[in-house]
Design a protein around this ligand. Sequence first.
Ligand code: KIV
Ligand code: ZN
Length: 540
Amino acid sequence: MESASSPVTEPRQIVIFDTTLRDGEQSPGCAMNLPEKMEVAHALDALGVDVIEAGFPIASPGDHQAVTEIAKSVRRPIICGLARCRDKDIDRAWDALQHAERPRIHVFLATSAIHREHKLGKSKEEILSQGVTGVKRARNLCPDVEYSPEDASRTEIDFLCQMVEQAIDAGATTVNIPDTVGYATPEHMAWVMTQLKNRVPNIDRAIVSVHCHNDLGLATANSLAAVQAGAGQVECTVNGIGERAGNAPLEEVVMAMRIHEQQYRTWTRIQSDLLVPTSRTVAQYSNPPQRHKPIVGKNAFAHSAGIHQDGMNKNEGTYQIMTAESVGWTEYTLPITKHSGKSGVEAHLRAANISIDPADLDPFTARVKAYAEDRGQCPSKEVDDDHLIALLADYVMERTGGPFIPGEVIRPDERKEGRKFVKFQASTGAAMEGIAENEKEGAINGFVCGLKVVWKELTGEDIEVEEPGIESHSKGGQRGSDVPLVATIKLRSNGLAVIGTGEHVDSEKSGIFAVQNAVNRLWALRTNQRASGRDGKRVE
Ligand code: KIV
Ligand code: ZN
């Protein structure tokens, strides 16, 4: 595939600086305790990040302790601690970091006009002097020192160049260029990098880094533009957690560089098949990524439209630029929604070891789509496998008067066992409707108790109602006398699980219908299981 590319050069390594435990952890909803931070730090180590920014030791005793413990126990990556350009911050950071195999002190001081005037009340000269003093103090303690001119992307370029040059002279081994408020565009970020490369005489004595926030949704693009313009380190977080709209997501930056290796000519140490597991570890203790989050969101490798599902069944490259497995998913998915087609429906049935007569595929798919479209029946807007198989059971029972058997759906004469239960269901159902008229309270419980007894008699097996029992919701509009209620119940027996639904304006009747529906489905599944010799296989 063609793309704008630089002249061919040897790929260079991009240092991945992870700040999930500092910039990520400091954002609302993401605070972690010590055991959680330790688990995340070990996961980041396994993922292959080069630098872990483990916290801001002066910020709290908890941060100091976390940086100390991570420094002691995570030995491969560089362990970094943040500090303002103040003596007590720097000393506190070093106190925690001194235990690390490879410590780094990260000092920062804002340089933009708005921060100088309104936040710090300092002149340019004062900022230069405080920055240089801070870097020198850190460098006297630690051989690896990073300096960040906070709000660099909004700083006058002449002053930024001056500050960066003096920080490198003072001993900074990495200079990081933060787009603190997510203001930059890719073009601006590339321009800033190019200015620094061209105008700061000692720039080659330090690694130039980039640190982008996502206020305009440009953090990944800005980080990549900086890399293209020569940055050697990218600061990022797992799942993009971080202040406000977050930081550049590690998984996006890494995979973009990998997919466009020819363009960027870079490599990282990240083991990409650990991206999803690491995302899950971080999500457990912070804000989970949205479903459509690139790489790690639940939908990132889910194909729902019929045309896409058909394409995927023919060749994965039709609708994917990387494999699900390469970033740590087990496989891509084809969720069944109202947009799906017969290719997706058939693929799901095949995966469940069920073959369907080709003549039935179109009408059955139409039924599945109608079901998915009905928000009352299918509030999740997605037909899971339990529902799909139950719908097939309903479909076959309606057409044949008996339960379905894979590959032989239209042979009702062989459905004697099924008929027996349908009869039971019909007579019990009628009886329960009678009870429901007179004695609404307890009607459903009575029905379920009766069902347990009869099921045991017929099958020799127990049947269980899964918690929370019968649930019902109104099908739309206000709850009221003529608004239908949809009840659902989940039944289990001998390794099989089904969901039944029932609809009625009367809540008890909707519950009874749900139980009847579940029983029918369970019976159909059980018969199907026995016919296909899969006794004991769990269907859920
Ligand atoms: O966004 C920012 O400017 C920061 C610095 C401390 C690097 O997080
Ligand atoms: Zn930041």
